[in-house]
Design a protein around this ligand. Sequence first.
Ligand code: THU
Length: 160
Amino acid sequence: MEKKQISFELTIFNSLDEMLPEDANLVMESKRAMANSYSPYSNFSVGAALLLESGKILLGSNQENASFPAGVCAERVPLFYAGANHPDEEIKAIAITASPREHHSKEPAAPCGICRQAISEYENKQKKPIRILMRGYSGPIYKCDSISDLLPLGFNSSFL
Ligand code: THU
């Protein structure tokens, strides 16, 4: 028998001032994207900002539906847009700001499992890690350097 420890490094910034300007800006853009969250059912607003290697930033927000499963998370909106419109450009990072609308959260929310899988697909495709930045409405910012940190032992095309 063998046991293997899998660990990852989470960087916690106490404020945007501690971050690289490029990343701080991406986090602010993700907060801006929350404004277009269509979430009348959960009242939970999520904004995502995706940074391409050209410096272009794509925004997305969660879009809900009366038929609940038809809705989509914020992260997958700019991710699939990038896949569809900038297929050959590297994705450098994605920032996510998430909070209930009623009470502003200070706790970062990490991407759901489906979004982790979707981000992982593009990371595998480009063979370069995608930085993940997470924040509540305000408060600390969490950073990890690859989606594989949040989705260890992930499923990928090599298994097919
Ligand atoms: N949501 C996201 O947009 N991203 C996530 O990673 C987690 C959940 C959305 C989906 C739904 O509109 C609301 O948050 C509550 O689950």
